[in-house]
Design a protein around this ligand. Structure first.
Ligand SMILES: Nc1ccnc(=O)[nH]1
Length: 156
């Protein structure tokens, strides 16, 4: 996938995040991209425990065989947490693209009880596994755009 394609999919994931926020959920979004660059699934955050990326990986694993998912990419606005990164590993999704770092999210959410952000990079989680999943992120040129929906959101 080219960098421009990654940026386009990050914007699609951002639209999903904004839609989730508009419906009372947390502003996170993820999309599943197939080997032909088509978006196959979209998923917004549901709540504290049901993150966009975990839900997407579980839905993807229910809909497609693991061999196919190995050719797919999970694209998420924020870097997936340890739970979500673990789920994408077990779902056998072959690539990860994320917009901004989990440390950036931690600065935005602080210790908010609905999202006490962890600080464990997806690359560290995946580095402890047995398969080589490509990780692309962060994308500084789009960070302001992706982060803007979080500004103010966590000061409730
Ligand atoms: N990266 C994320 C953190 C928290 N919730 C989500 O849905 N996604």
């Amino acid at each position: 996938m080219t960098r421009d394609q990654m940026l386009a999919h990050l914007r699609a994931a951002d639209a999903v995040a904004r839609e989730a926020a508009a419906h009372g959920h947390h502003p996170f979004g993820a999309v599943l991209v197939g080997p032909d660059d088509a978006i196959l699934m979209r998923q917004g955050n549901i709540d504290t425990l049901h993150h966009a990326e975990t839900e997407l990986a579980r839905r993807a694993a229910a809909a497609y065989p693991p061999e196919f998912l190995w050719t797919c990419t999970l694209v998420s606005t924020g870097e997936p947490c340890a739970m979500c990164t673990g789920t994408l590993y077990w779902a056998n999704i072959g690539q990860l693209v994320y917009g901004f770092e989990e440390t950036e999210l931690l600065a935005l959410t602080g210790d908010h009880p609905e999202n006490p952000t962890m600080s464990l990079s997806a690359r560290i989680v995946l580095g402890s596994g047995q398969k080589k999943i490509d990780v692309h992120g962060p994308f500084p040129e789009i960070e302001d755009e992706l982060v803007s929906v979080h500004r103010g959101f966590w000061q409730r």
